[in-house]
Design a protein around this ligand. Sequence first.
Ligand SMILES: *Cc1c(COP(=O)(O)O)cnc(C)c1O
Length: 398
Amino acid sequence: MTEAEIERLDREDPFAGRRADFAIPEGVIYLDGNSLGPPTRWAAERLRVTAVEEWGAKLIHGWSECGWMELPSRLGDRIAHLIGASPGTVVVADSTSVNLMKALAAALALQPFRRTILTEEGAFPTDGYIAQGLCRFLDRTRRVKAVRADAIEGALNDDTAVLLLTETCYRTARRHDLARLTAAAHAVGALTVWDLAHSAGAHPLDVTAAKADFAVGCGYKYLNGGPGAPAFIYVAPEHANAPAIIPGWMGHAEPFAFEGAYRPAPGATRMRTGTPDILSMRALEAGLDAFEGVDLEALRAKTMRLGDLFIAGVGERPGLTLLSPRDAAARGGHVAYAHTRAQAALEALRVRGVIADFRPPNVLRFGFAALYLSHRDVFEASQILRAVLSDLEDSSAA
Ligand SMILES: *Cc1c(COP(=O)(O)O)cnc(C)c1O
């Protein structure tokens, strides 16, 4: 790739103007937005207003006068737009892990006669922990079965209660076909729970067209909601009556009627549990503001281009193995490599202003969030990685 080509790509970049929406330290190329998104430029002020002008000035009246109580569904509707869900089917609450528990429990309750939660090997650990924990908690007959990604369809059968999959693998960024695998699950009578933690905000999704049953996802990765931002949960309209495993008062049809008996709110709203964390929700709201007016197809096209540019720029190095699909269409928003000295490379990158991340034992991940990265950033990072690896090769040879 020539200087002129990189310049042209940045000149024609429909998101070039959005870089200024993010507060990223001078001199840093941030390639870890798939793990913790950066703050929007207005996030700190939004938090100040919430703390001082809402909480501080209005005290208890903030609940009724500042729209706090509606934030979980208002933010849910904005995320719904990003994942192809209809309004009212997504709420923001709790962590991804807790939402996984709620989604899996709801799906299992709809499948009283089937025993197996089918999932894949090598998925993000919390997903497996939660599924196994739920099975232990329920009864001894439910179980989790994990198979290789290429064996999923073959393992679906009339004992599969739920297919639990992550759309974009946290390690390799390999994407699953949401629609095809959901259809395969439905063909044997199974339901689906999709983990969209590495997907929402990275590329467009259509949970409605795919007929996904339940989905969960993360607020602090591509949605830039801040450390520990609340997560989201999607409940398909046809499962509006699925039970809530944590029937907290905020998921009650009328929380402020203080009734003795639990009466669930309709649909996804019953997946709310306790009082919403308003400060964190405001930070997430600030992150979601950055998606206003974004053409998600164009965002996806740029993400694929950035990944390709990086892979081409890095080229081949001794000891370096590309773990992600080379075909951008099969890849999510990040690119992962294995390297014999991955952790040393990560430290050396940081010294040179490139923030990436490391997953044991030897994986380097580089995230390409298209809202704030330029083609020049990504090309430069690729050259810095080459230089870092070359230094490491020299030092190992010495
Ligand atoms: C990041 C991530 C999570 C995070 O779960 P938390 O409960 O928010 O910590 C879950 N699943 C996947 C696939 C992830 O990538």
